[in-house]
Write a protein that binds this ligand. Sequence first.
Ligand SMILES: Nc1ncnc2c1ncn2[C@@H]1O[C@H](COP(=O)(O)OP(=O)(O)OP(=O)(O)O)[C@@H](O)[C@H]1O
Ligand SMILES: [Mg+2]
Length: 239
Amino acid sequence: MNSPRIELRQLTRKLPSGGRELTILDRVDLTFQAGEFAAVLGPSGSGKSTLLALMAGLDRPTAGEVLIDGMAIQSMSEDELALLRRHKIGFVFQSFQLLGNLTARENVLLPIELSGQPDPVGRANELLAAVGLDDRGHHYPSQLSGGEQQRVALARGFAARPPILLADEPTGNLDGATGRRILELMTELRRRAGTTLVLVTHDPAVAALADRRIHFRDGRVERDEQPVLAVPAETGALS
Ligand SMILES: Nc1ncnc2c1ncn2[C@@H]1O[C@H](COP(=O)(O)OP(=O)(O)OP(=O)(O)O)[C@@H](O)[C@H]1O
Ligand SMILES: [Mg+2]
């Protein structure tokens, strides 16, 4: 049997703060199956972005572990982690983190070239068109609005066809219609490629599209709404 795509075991992140220690994530146990679409919700400061960063190996836990396809990522070197991210994980940052000295197209091109996908320029153009920015590829991030930068960040996140896509508030800066288009793109990606999607969102409409809603509070899972399997209706035939 395949191992679950992402497994978090007793995942804990603490940070020193003015002589004290802040617990940002507190012994989180979660399992995401391949192809699952999960929404992570919770108040500001509840640890959602920290969780995503740990899942991508962008931050290291204080205790506990992250397993990706059965491999514990904390035992990997920085080089191994970079390879894991290049081939397995697409990441959309809450604050976009586009490279300011590269154009929108070059930002999207970079992960395509690094992952060795065919026809990088064609694919970058296709992705920019998919997020509605085909005419803005030559612009630098500073010449784009927040929502436009967010769409470039999304296109970059999809670019290398990652089996896992982690997206932090991917529709937070988009108007309703654009946000819906982006969500359709993500759900289509998942349908076509079996992508595992973990999305942080404050938007109940976005969360409603997911199979599963995980609510965080104070660094812990407060509630995990998993899909309920259909139970055959009581027919009374056996009575
Ligand atoms: N590098 C850091 N130094 C100090 N505190 C930090 C650091 N990173 C995160 N924190 C704290 O950890 C807590 C969780 O932060 P995190 O960014 O994960 O929250 P979040 O749930 O993503 O919030 P939001 O919805 O506002 O994005 C916050 O209280 C934050 O201030
Ligand atoms: Mg956050």
